[in-house]
Design a binder for this molecule. Structure first.
Ligand code: SF4
Length: 358
């Protein structure tokens, strides 16, 4: 395995892995869920979903942070911008439609919506402008430590006008919820690389008790092919093991310093995910000490009643119940230029991956 990882970009290795995968045989249907939006993109970019042996299906999971953020969160951010506050966010988020509008539309109407590349950029904006700046704190364990670091810096420097809208999500509770869903019957997980850098292999060991194997994978085509082969091997042998197939980046206990910073600022709580509804202990909320920076608590905003677009099947896509082309709007009405749901907006969204790469 180590030799293969060293040579992960060689064409010879890719061919070898492809042949090994093609040669595998299964008597029953196998469903593998890839839990990371970047994996979804890579799988479609390199046509890996078309290299699978008969009976093996890859389904996309809720691994795109923008996609799983529910409408009520977007509606609150839209109303904040309408009320004249500066809203700072990562790029994908501004085009996501909420119940009635999007941040992009509010910006076109004159709202102060800024695209930033890091939470620290939004903090610098707050320092420079002296006005209230609200950062949309969405994302998984990957982004939470840098958001926490920014809040700690604001505290240390006594900058009072920097706020966040807590919307972070935790991957392991979502895996528990998906594993318990009788509609899905997942055979194994291709586990996310970036999130695992923070979490480490140890944080997935609960999968053993659920009887479902998982393999942590990198993002090169060879990483993904090899991880799928390993996972199929575990499924075939009935072994519910958790394998770290991304040892060049992921450690057994992850990154304890980043985790420590995250838990210093955030606490876990029940959280609503688009498509998966309320998942116990799956959200990141500010601890009492930092409550004065929570935009939900500080600003008196009353968004209109939440509305879902009944035609958009994004929720079913995120849960792995359908593939994007099964949505009647896919490609006909919903395109990256005219996205109806978040799964078509985000660069990590499944609908966007299927649209771009087929
Ligand atoms: S294709 Fe568009 S409308 Fe259909 S599920 Fe995806 S984002 Fe929603």
């Amino acid at each position: 395995m180590t030799d293969l990882v060293k040579d992960f970009r060689s064409a010879e290795l890719l061919n070898e892995l492809r042949e090994r995968l093609r040669g595998m045989k299964f008597k029953k249907e196998i469903k593998i869920m890839e839990v990371c939006g970047t994996h979804t993109m890579q799988i479609h970019r390199f046509g890996i979903h078309q290299m699978l042996p008969e009976g093996v299906k890859l389904i996309s999971g809720p691994g795109c942070p923008v996609c799983v953020t529910p409408n009520e969160y977007i509606d609150f951010a839209v109303e904040l911008a309408r009320a004249g506050y500066t809203v700072a966010t990562f790029g994908d988020m501004i085009r996501v439609p909420g119940s009635y509008s999007s941040l992009e539309k509010v910006r076109a109407e004159g709202g102060d919506v800024r695209v930033v590349y890091s939470p620290m950029d939004s903090y610098e904006l707050a320092k420079e402008s002296g006005k209230p700046v609200v950062f949309l704190a969405i994302g998984f364990e990957t982004t939470a430590p840098s958001i926490a670091a920014t809040i700690l810096r604001a505290e240390a420097e006594g900058v009072k006008n920097f706020y966040v809208l807590p919307g972070g999500k935790l991957v392991p509770p979502a895996l528990r919820a998906l594993s318990a869903d009788p509609q899905l019957r997942i055979s194994g997980y291709l586990l996310p690389g970036h999130v695992s850098v923070i979490l480490g292999r140890k944080d997935y060991l609960f999968l053993k008790d659920l009887g479902i194997p998982g393999v942590i994978s990198g993002f090169e085509p060879a990483d993904i092919l090899q991880s799928i082969i390993l996972l199929l091997g575990l499924i075939k042998e009935g072994k519910a093991e958790v394998v770290n197939n991304y040892p060049r980046a992921v450690r057994e206990k992850g990154n304890p310093k980043a985790k420590g910073m995250m838990w210093e600022v955030f606490r876990e709580g029940d959280s609503k995910w688009r498509g998966l509804d309320l998942i116990p202990k799956s959200g990141l909320f500010l601890r009492r000490k930092y409550m004065g920076r929570d935009g939900f608590k500080v600003f008196d905003i009353s968004p209109p009643e939440v509305r879902e677009n009944p035609a958009c099947r994004c929720g079913d896509v995120l849960k792995g119940l359908i593939n994007p082309p099964e949505c009647p709007l896919f490609r006909r009405v919903c395109t990256p230029e005219n996205p109806i749901g978040p799964c078509m907006v985000s660069s990590e969204g499944s609908c966007s991956a299927w649209y771009k790469f087929g």
